[in-house]
Design a protein around this ligand. Structure first.
Ligand SMILES: NC(=O)c1ccc[n+]([C@@H]2O[C@H](COP(=O)([O-])OP(=O)(O)OC[C@H]3O[C@@H](n4cnc5c(N)ncnc54)[C@H](OP(=O)(O)O)[C@@H]3O)[C@@H](O)[C@H]2O)c1
Length: 265
């Protein structure tokens, strides 16, 4: 049973102060997992920590961490290993996007998106790999996006970061297969979270995709259900994944139609 499988497991979640990260944390705690929650907003993490410890009687540790700071990543993960010994599951969830056409994107913004969404994810993964390989056990779950499968206008940089996450994860999965370490990528379409307060300043995208926005608890449940299983990818909603299949088969046609139809930002 899924709930038994996670009992007593050590799960680390980045970007756990809100959105799907916080929802994943709540479900993991409900299934008896001990948690390490990481994000920059320490106050929000502390609030979640006391809520989850109180409600579910699990151990929760929180650390302030900006994943873009690789020195901080190293220090925090070293402390986590000292405190809890090993990590069974790492959920690389921290991330953000800014929707702009490539010619409008500022260099600082481009670098920051890559530093958080890609380098930060790789830095956290690098910290867990040696011990997971030595234990021949573990699960790395990388939250990418449908933007990592289908690039759309005004998400050139964000899409590029999520394509990078998928490329990295696919290679990692092969490297780790003989070590019984699972690698799952999660590719959701739009989810109703604070993500859009940064990504979609004018609110135009949110307005046009409102009717098919996913709820964060639904996405979190799919992620948590996949833990310690051999799930390769989670694509949500399912119908959106058909688009990425069509893209691979008919790229020119897809882009001709997509540049208008998919320009919702
Ligand atoms: N919402 C969507 O439509 C959607 C769709 C597909 C994929 N995704 C992906 O899902 C993930 C979670 O997004 P969300 O929708 O839950 O957005 P959200 O509500 O904005 O949450 C993002 C989380 O990431 C954390 N974070 C951001 N920058 C960070 C940094 N430098 N270091 C550490 N933590 C950082 C934030 O915490 P602090 O601010 O406290 O650091 C927050 O906890 C992201 O990777 C996003 O790209 C989102």
């Amino acid at each position: 049973m899924a709930s038994e499988k996670l009992k007593g497991k050590n799960i680390v979640i980045t970007g756990a102060s809100g959105g799907i990260g916080a929802e994943i944390a709540k479900l993991c705690a409900a299934r008896g997992a001990d948690l390490v929650l990481l994000a920059r907003s320490i106050d929000k993490l502390q609030q979640l920590e006391s809520e989850l410890e109180h409600k579910h009687g699990v151990n929760v540790e929180v650390f302030q961490l900006d994943v873009a700071r690789t020195d901080q990543v190293q220090a925090v993960f070293e402390q986590v290993f000292r405190d809890i010994g090993h990590i069974d599951i790492l959920v690389n969830n921290a991330g953000f996007g800014v929707f702009r056409e490539a010619h409008e994107a500022k260099m600082d913004e481009i670098k920051e998106m890559f530093e958080v969404n890609v380098i930060g994810l790789m830095a956290c993964t690098s910290m867990v790999l040696p011990k997971m390989r030595a234990r021949r056990f573990g699960h790395i779950i990388n939250i990418a996006s449908q933007a990592g499968k289908i690039a759309t206008p005004k998400s050139s940089v964000y899409s590029a970061t999520k394509h990078a996450v998928l490329g990295y994860s696919n290679a990692l999965r092969m490297e780790l297969d003989d070590y019984h370490i699972q690698v799952t990528t999660v590719n959701p379409g739009p989810i109703a979270t604070n993500f859009f307060s940064i990504a979609d300043e004018k609110g135009t995208y949110v307005k046009s995709v409102q009717r098919f926005m996913l709820q964060p608890d639904f996405v979190a449940r799919k992620v948590v259900d996949s833990m310690l299983t051999r799930t390769r990818e989670i694509n949500l909603p399912r119908w959106m994944n058909m688009g990425s299949v069509a893209y691979v088969l008919f790229p020119r046609l897809f882009e001709r139609i997509g540049k208008k139809v998919l320009n919702k930002k």
